[in-house]
Design a protein around this ligand. Sequence first.
Ligand code: GRG
Length: 306
Amino acid sequence: MDKNSLAPHFTTALATRAMQVETILQKLLDERLRAGEIARPERLMAAMRYGVLNGGKRLRPFLVMETAALFGANEEAALRVAAALESIHCYSLVHDDLPAMDDDDLRRGQPTLHKAFDEAAAILAGDSLLTYAFDIIASDETDLDAATRLELVLSLARAAGPGGMAGGQALDLMAEEQNPDETGIITLQAMKTGALIRFACESGAIIGGATREERERLAEFGSAIGLAFQLADDLLDVTSDAAHLGKAAGKDAAAGKATLVALHGIHWTRNQLAGLVAQAEELLSPFGDKAEILKQAAHFIANRES
Ligand code: GRG
């Protein structure tokens, strides 16, 4: 499958899911108080909306929705889990852009949150987006039984926390001095970027009441496309520019950062990406035609241009 042959169907499906998730995120980020809350400060809510409702690809929500659809799961519930995950993803971008981390001025083609507001607002909006994600899943408005909601909360906490994304970010910050070897880079990337993508795919199985084997298979699918996602990101950093990316390019090389692209070169990376897509497709084979859109997602991730 070349990337142009998949474009129309996949792009439409991604845009449809993005609209669904944006509608629910808008609703969740209104100023209406929920039970137990005292007040929702207007400026904090505006900063949260700025960090979330700003045109991301919504790839992780898409993966939650489409893996849940494999099992004919409750779509409204899947949408709320998808919104929670996107909320965590957006918090990670807001904090990653801060001067103490990557110090970026541009995100999704617009000034980063700390530039548009200020650093304190960016820290608090990130904190609130992270916390709110667990509120969304745990709430009984998410129409799943309590044990399923608890399982989602736990899996998401593990994916986003010290043994997942936040831990990966910590390793990444140390990487400039410590120059990790190949295994170190793979571990770092599986944590920093892979863990949320793996959760996106596994959560669909949890929501849909899949068997243990199906759940493990989808989690593995998530790991394969998560690694592909990061490889494509590293590749874009050396082959693209800020106008295409909506964020700064060439930063990894300028920082002398250890990536698999820096270690093995562009040709090797493209071969790896093809191998990961094949592995992802193989993992989906028991789901037959129902998984076609997820196969297209794997191709999209490996070949993306932004
Ligand atoms: C601050 C705890 C903490 C974690 C930050 C995810 C992350 C960890 C940092 C982001 C740095 C970065 C650019 C990583 C490369 C992969 C990545 C997550 C890219 C952005 O994700 P996309 O392409 O973005 O899905 P959109 O804007 O489409 O949502």
